[in-house]
Design a binder for this molecule. Structure first.
Ligand SMILES: C[S@@+](CC[C@H](N)C(=O)[O-])C[C@H]1O[C@@H](n2cnc3c(N)ncnc32)[C@H](O)[C@@H]1O
Length: 294
């Protein structure tokens, strides 16, 4: 057998490419379930992401994979598909200006002006937990200086079950902690080689839950929050889905509560229900306080 024969026979065993029709069917299915919309120029990306599922299931065509999703095995495969197609990029201390505003302005305002003895915080689309854990670390430091009697509940949710498993474990590579100031790294993480594991009392502070932001009844099932972070996920949605998700979040915000989106994202043209509030170099969106400013 020549080298060329080898190449030909191994590629014959591989899945054939993602046809335009299969792409359209897959993206419609993904959009219906997650709100994530694959634009035409992302066909190659979907092909490679779903290609991994084909390999895992020993399937040789995207058409047979779609068939599987449409028949009885849909419920077992759908979570695996979601895990394969979501982009989960995140890291500790990703948005320093926002964290600064939260610690210096937002939380003190909620506690003093709005008289909260219990502050509820939601990291919506939290991926591997870096964002809610960053908040837990900052709040732990803040509580030592002020507000020691205030209780902070932190919840992280995501549609991807694999990242939530990782979040619950609380172990990270050096890339995830690259922005973490040394004093936090030394105090709250145990380092083993290039792995960093959060202290148990920190991981215990955050509750993780599987949740689809486009599912209004699932979102309604959560208790209301004073502060919601929903960063770097709206970018995957079209305008209708953005509006639906923001309206779901709005419902879960307590009067006077704050919403932060990613630093390169805006709610301009998405909603008028939330008022932009400017802090030093960053913006949050606030829900009107029924009782007016105190
Ligand atoms: C790029 S990460 C952002 C993580 C974090 N918020 C940050 O800014 O660092 C986007 C996350 O959104 C999640 N996601 C995508 N669609 C979702 C949906 N419909 N409901 C809930 N989470 C979703 C993905 O699984 C992924 O973990």
């Amino acid at each position: 057998m020549s080298i060329l024969d080898n190449v030909v026979s191994s590629s014959a065993a591989e899945a054939s490419g993602l046809s335009q029709q299969a792409f359209n069917e897959l993206r419609a299915l993904i959009y219906d379930h997650t709100g994530i919309y694959f634009r035409d120029n992302k066909q190659y990306l979907l092909e490679s992401q779903v290609g991994r599922r084909l390999k895992a299931l020993n399937l040789t065509s995207y058409e047979s994979y779609i068939e599987l999703l449409q028949n009885g095995r849909r419920h077992s495969e759908l979570p695996a598909l979601v895990n394969a197609i979501t982009i989960n990029e995140t890291f500790f201390f990703r948005h320093p200006k926002q964290y600064e505003a939260i610690v210096n302005d937002v939380l003190p305002a909620l506690i003093t002006k709005h008289n909260r003895s219990r502050v509820r915080i939601w990291s919506a689309a939290c991926s591997t937990g870096d964002e809610p854990y960053t908040l837990a670390l900052l709040i732990n430091e803040m509580k030592r200086r002020r507000f020691s009697k205030v209780q902070f509940d932190i919840v992280g949710t995501d549609i991807n079950t694999a990242v939530l498993d990782k979040a619950r474990k609380g172990t990270y590579g050096s890339y995830a902690v690259r922005n973490t100031p040394d004093r936090f790294l030394n105090k709250y993480f145990r380092a083993e080689g290039n792995r960093y594991t959060l202290r148990r009392d920190v991981t215990d502070r955050v509750r993780f839950k599987h949740l689809n932001l486009t599912d209004p009844s699932a979102v309604r099932g959560l208790r209301a929050f004073d502060l919601i972070l929903c960063a770097n996920v709206l970018i995957y949605f079209d305008r209708d889905t953005k509006q639906a998700v923001i309206s779901n979040l709005y419902e879960r915000l307590r009067p006077g509560g704050y919403l932060f989106v990613g630093t390169s994202e805006t709610l301009h043209g998405v909603t008028r229900a939330l008022q932009p509030v400017r802090f030093n170099n960053t913006i949050a969106y606030q829900k009107e306080d029924r009782h007016g400013p105190k």
